[in-house]
Ligand binder design. Structure first.
Ligand SMILES: [Zn+2]
Length: 191
């Protein structure tokens, strides 16, 4: 399977995928449908009760997941992303989450993916010290901020109603207390 160009709508970029790679952009769906979709593609069956339960403690607003399938000696990598229908109508949290998952996709699969992310960040913030950030969740949150910035939402501006909405929506998913999120916000808003 040759390389193909895919558009990552929320980051606003087009990238060339590597060879033997399939991207499954699942869109908005429930987490159980997402697990079903992965299991159908990977094993030709739906997710089992045990598989569903093994994830039941976590609350997903979105996810990135990848694996390899080997057929007649040929390995193909598959990568899936989804965003939960729970936040489909919660704007701008839905945009942030989509940008976050698309960033996992480029960091894990696109050569120089981290450089691509840096270029996106340069449109909205000072990227001094970017190379020192190695935590993938922090980088993915920065991709989420780049998406919000492209929609003209000022990151960290408490006077702005859309930023205010984002903080309120994020509280439900406990994302605002995560150290990776705080690191990303500090990085974006530093002077
Ligand atoms: Zn993530």
């Amino acid at each position: 399977m040759a390389n193909e160009a895919i558009t990552l709508e929320h980051l606003g970029i087009e990238v060339q995928t590597p060879e033997n790679f399939v991207f499954h952009n699942e869109g908005y769906m429930s987490f159980s449908s997402f697990l079903d979709s992965i299991c159908l593609n990977r094993f030709g069956r739906r997710a089992t009760y045990r598989e569903m339960m093994s994830y039941s403690l976590a609350r997903f607003d979105g996810a990135y997941f990848d694996y390899e399938i080997e057929k007649s000696g040929q390995k193909t990598k598959h990568a899936h992303i989804f965003v939960s229908t729970e936040i489909e109508h919660l704007s701008p949290l839905n945009l942030f989450t989509y940008g976050h998952e698309e960033t996992h996709l480029i960091l894990n699969n696109i050569p120089h993916g981290k450089n691509l992310l840096k270029k996106l960040l340069e449109t909205g913030t000072n990227t001094g010290g970017f190379e020192e950030i190695t935590n993938e969740e922090t980088l993915a949150d920065l991709g989420g901020f780049a998406c919000l910035h492209s929609k003209k939402i000022p990151i960290g501006d408490l006077q702005n109603s859309q930023w205010h909405d984002f903080l309120e929506q994020g509280k439900k998913f406990e994302m605002l207390e995560k150290p990776e999120y705080i690191e990303a916000l500090d990085f974006w808003t530093k002077r």
